[in-house]
Design a protein around this ligand. Sequence first.
Ligand code: RIB
Length: 303
Amino acid sequence: MPKVCVVGSSNTDLLTKVKRLPKLGETLIGQNFHIGFGGKGGNQAIMAAKLKSNVTMVTKLGKDIFGNETLKNYKDNGINTNFVYFCENSSGVAPIFVDEDGNNFIVIVPGANWELKPDDIIAAKNEIENSDCLVCQLEIPLETTFEALKIARDAGVTTIFNPAPARDIPDDIYKITDIIIPNEVEASYLTGIEIKSVDDAKKACKVLLDKKCRSVIITLGKLGSVVADNINIIHIKPIKVKAIDTTGAGDAFIGSFAHYYGVTSSIEKSAEFANVAASLSVCRSGTQTSFPSLKDILLKEEK
Ligand code: RIB
């Protein structure tokens, strides 16, 4: 099975279902509330582990109940936690509102995630160097993500970078990225191209490739995704489903992509596989609780 190292955030998601998202200054009555495990890094690690990749999580937690429960969750899912660090800051949390159409509204409070420093990554250098791929996002300090990508690139380990949430990043980060996977909002932010169609996404792919990452996948929700390198650009068609909660769908895509890329070394096949995983995840509530098993994905692919 592939060896996947994830360097990134862990949050506790505080999920509220509402009929519609509130307006500024408005008080609404919610439908229900639940607490679950989240954080883009944690979600991507759990998705890959559910598919039986050999996963190491490099993250930082607070010494509080959320931190202890998060550590237990990683262990329960068979994840290597040798590089799960603790600090005095509180664990990351994410209040999330989900409306009737499955759209969400997320605020993250990074807490301990912001304390994951380049030195913590240097301590995990051997682990990163001995992985098949490294997966990073942007819910930890930029210099920490950069350090991890650099260690992996120098060791010839495939680097998968999910630039989420969108923020300004230096051009050098593209040069050490093998596969960049933004959604349409993040790709618009990074390229300045407003993405409303598959053709817009194809244009944005070209801009990102010009920045010297090797491949680009832009996920487009209801429009599927676009996969590009310097030779081909292909559109992967969406799978029609009734979405009830899109929270974590992008993470289901990335975690399952990393797993399947480790199995097949094919970007196109892995993006198709990840497309199925993400489409299944939006049909269930919650973040990690919505992630499909390998059996679910294979059954859906057969249909
Ligand atoms: O991508 C979804 C995730 O974003 C949630 O789990 C939340 O914690 C935020 O990190």
